[in-house]
Design a protein around this ligand. Structure first.
Ligand SMILES: [Zn+2]
Length: 418
């Protein structure tokens, strides 16, 4: 996710596609995955595939041989459409997917321009598509900085997705009781305070060196036993850009490495909230407008669809849990067209042929699309922004349960579509 942030719709689409590809299985080792990084030439891949085609002539099973060769040829055909790889490279999956019993398999080919640069050049033939590198792109990559400190030391760590790197631990060298020697209690107290102040400055310097250069640092969490962490936070010792990113200050039982692990555990709630902050905010904005001026919002499929088609929608917000499908039927006899939305249960029990209301003839399915894709297409053609929101938050659940998973924020009266 370097540079521009990927949209929630793109992430949703990629997730769905991966789910679909994961469910596919060849009847033998005959599904092909081809990864091409942006740094390689299309011709390199072509040369490679031609060699694989030659090698495949040795496959004993006649049907496997044919399926492998058809898949390789299908990939080569797709590659001819590219002079150079797209900016993030190219991933192509191809293979014979069984539709029912033996002999029903058909070659399916998927061309994906990945949302992030692919860095491997790979050809693989297996009974499943090789999806790990592209699945990796869905993993949360936000980085958080962690500081665990008390009077005597401070540890710094980075939390990247699920990976934790403990960067370093520094000690304060703060005077301890046995250093007090013959000094007066007041003088000793003064020395302790000066040392603490110096230590906080050093902690801030190390934090700046470690955290400030990280471009996508999402937040900082500070923790530790006792009041030290609070003094440090409230004293504004951190660089202001880092100070502004502090999400939580947590009380811990441990310092150093065990303290870092304890802090990760304790801050899970805070991190989860940050991850879903954008989703919560989207629904909150909608609810705010609904209460303030309901003419500026729409909800439910029917209302939203009609306003979307009129170009009145500024932002379309859809629940990722929507499981309905939009069908377009056409009458074979009189050409009458009917569009309907069916739930999962309705789809499971439908016959895909319906009676025409106009002439009584047979209507057949002409188009079939998930409701999210179908509405997103209308949104696209009217310049409405699309957001797909999970049901992981209370707001996301409300979107699905109270508003049927489909809401929209409308353009202001007189606001032109751009
Ligand atoms: Zn008809």
């Amino acid at each position: 996710m370097s540079g521009s942030e990927r949209s929630s719709l793109e992430t949703f689409r990629l997730k769905k596609l991966i789910e679909e590809l994961e469910s596919k299985e060849g009847k033998a080792t005959e599904l092909i995955s081809q990864y091409i990084p942006p740094t390689r030439q299309i011709s390199d891949a072509m040369t490679n595939l031609r060699e694989e085609l030659g090698t495949s002539a040795n496959i004993k099973s006649k049907s496997t041989r044919k399926n492998v060769q058809d898949a390789i040829e299908s990939i080569m055909q797709k590659l001819r459409l590219f002079r150079t790889p797209p900016k993030n490279g190219l991933v192509i999956f191809s293979g014979a997917i069984p539709r029912g019993g033996p002999g029903t398999e058909k070659i399916e080919t998927y061309v994906i321009e990945p949302p992030e640069p692919i860095n491997l050049f790979l050809y693989r033939c297996d009974s499943k598509f090789y999806l790990d590198p592209i699945k990796e792109m869905l993993v949360e990559k936000d980085v958080y900085g962690l500081i665990v400190m008390d009077r005597s030391d401070a540890s710094f760590a980075l939390l990247k997705g699920r990976r934790l790197d403990i960067v370093e631990t520094i000690t304060s060298g703060s005077p301890s009781k046995h250093d007090a020697g013959g000094q007066s209690a007041r003088r000793f107290q003064r020395l302790v305070e000066i040392a603490a102040h110096e230590f906080y400055k050093r902690v801030a310097e190390h934090a700046e060196k470690i955290f400030l250069p990280i471009p996508n640092l999402k937040g900082i969490i500070i923790g530790g036993p006792g009041p030290t962490k609070n003094e440090f936070y409230e004293g504004n010792f951190l660089h202001y850009q880092l100070q502004n990113k502090v999400l939580a200050v947590e009380d811990l039982s441990y310092t150093q490495e065990p303290g870092v692990y304890e802090l990760v555990e304790k801050s899970k709630e805070a991190l989860k909230n940050v991850e879903f902050l954008k989703e919560k905010k989207l629904i909150q904005d909608f609810l705010y407008l609904l209460a303030k001026n309901s003419a500026q919002v729409a909800y439910g499929e029917k209302d939203v669809r009609s306003k979307l088609e009129k170009g009145m929608v500024k932002k379309l917000i859809l629940s990722a849990d929507l499981g309905t499908t939009r069908f377009k039927f056409r009458c074979l006899n009189c050409n009458n067209v009917k569009e309907v939305t069916y739930t999962r249960q309705q789809v499971a029990s439908m016959t895909k042929k319906e009676l025409c209301e106009k002439c009584g003839g047979t209507m057949e399915v002409e188009e079939e699309k998930s409701i999210i894709e179908e509405l997103a297409e209308i949104a696209d053609s009217t310049n409405a922004k699309v957001e797909v929101v999970s049901s992981e938050t209370d707001e996301g659940k409300m979107l699905m349960n109270s508003f049927g998973g489909i809401v929209a924020i409308l353009r202001f009266a007189g606001e032109e579509q751009q």
